[in-house]
Design a protein around this ligand. Sequence first.
Ligand SMILES: CC(C)(COP(=O)(O)OP(=O)(O)OC[C@H]1O[C@@H](n2cnc3c(N)ncnc32)[C@H](O)[C@@H]1OP(=O)(O)O)[C@@H](O)C(=O)NCCC(=O)NCCS
Length: 197
Amino acid sequence: MKKSSVITADKQGLQEKPAFLTGKRIYLRPLEMTDLQTFYYWFNNPELRQYVQMPYPVSIEQEREFIDNAMKNTDPIVLAIVLKHADRLIGDIFMSPIDRVHRKASLGIAIGDTNSQSMGYGIEAMQLLIDYAFNTLNLHRLELSVYSFNVRAIKCYRKLGFKEEGRSREAFFGHGQYHDILQMGLLEGEWWRIKSR
Ligand SMILES: CC(C)(COP(=O)(O)OP(=O)(O)OC[C@H]1O[C@@H](n2cnc3c(N)ncnc32)[C@H](O)[C@@H]1OP(=O)(O)O)[C@@H](O)C(=O)NCCC(=O)NCCS
């Protein structure tokens, strides 16, 4: 067989970047500076901003610093969420701060491509990162906070096994009124039990 006739996924241009964690329909890879324009657009988009803690305009310089920081450090761990079939960036997922003493970390996720929301990609990305946190980083506990009106995210986290652990009343102002912030947590033992079902 001639060398040129060997077709790989890479040569067809389906997946040009290295996958760090691979799921059924998505893969997670390290961020790159080529993600800059897309992130700049997403994190200024009101439709996304209403759910994440970003009330101020984000400049391209700030976004560049965020990506640069993610590329150089192991806290935060930020990974791009990419659709396998189209090799298209649809969001990012992160872990920070990571507490090595108490073996715990906070998680966050944003499916920035609004057309790719509510299609189960969020759950799949979280499953990959949770598995990585418990299986590879040897963490014991994961936590996150979510605005009380973000029903989709709360459903997603509950489905993954996160339990509501607290509620900061009227701690967030958005859409002209105050909202509660829910604190949720997941322990490694709970995750193993869910996985073994
Ligand atoms: C929150 C987020 C990660 C969820 O991922 P997703 O891929 O969009 O959601 P999923 O398709 O996995 O759906 C999760 C659950 O919410 C439900 N859901 C989907 N869209 C919904 C909507 N518009 N309203 C209410 N529930 C909804 C789904 O049915 C599913 O529950 P089910 O399996 O019991 O039916 C994603 O929507 C996102 O990034 N949103 C914007 C940023 C954000 O909110 N980040 C989280 C901040 S804490």
